[in-house]
Design a protein around this ligand. Structure first.
Ligand code: ADP
Ligand code: MG
Length: 141
């Protein structure tokens, strides 16, 4: 199995609540490799571009307000099956349905304020990593 990369984001709710360190610790404990990290605050425009796939959905406007409400931390994780492994560690989108011990179960509040993001497929992972990290910050895989 090949090593792949995925994009993770510790969302503004988790940073604001002081849970970023705990999430990083869970990542380190999971065996996924941490390749790159950046902390920044998105604008509504940049958040809208990142979440363009959800444009037109009922929650899109609120999602942009949320994602631009404070600093977040974007990370590039890698390993065998990293995309699925990170999504498993995050848990279901809605924390109420997320499995025990997952990040969203532990630190999410509701389907919107759910603590973290993860790419959902190889193509989106490549595009999302490139969205936040330049070639100068991360060598080509
Ligand atoms: P995931 O983050 O698990 O890949 P989606 O791609 O479906 O989930 O949604 C992107 C983000 O939009 C979610 O993580 C969450 O913050 C927000 N979101 C999704 N569904 C809803 C909803 N029904 N109401 C409010 N916010 C939502
Ligand atoms: Mg998604």
């Amino acid at each position: 199995m090949d090593t792949v990369r995925t994009l993770a984001i510790i969302k503004p709710d988790a940073v604001r609540a002081g849970n970023a360190g705990k999430v990083l610790s869970m990542i380190e404990g999971s065996g996924l490799a941490l390749e790159a990290v950046r902390m920044f605050r998105l604008t509504k425009e940049t958040a809208g571009e990142f979440y363009a796939v959800h444009r037109g959905k009922s929650f899109y406007g609120e999602l942009l307000d949320f994602m631009s409400s404070g600093p977040c931390i974007a990370l590039v994780l890698s390993g065998e099956n990293a995309i699925t492994r990170w999504r498993d560690l995050m848990g279901a989108t809605n924390p109420a349905s997320a499995a025990e011990g997952t990040i969203r179960k532990l630190y999410g509040t509701n389907v919107q304020f759910n603590a973290c993001h993860g790419s959902d497929a190889p193509e989106t992972a490549r595009a999302e990593v490139a969205f936040f990290f330049s070639g100068a910050e991360l060598p080509k895989s």
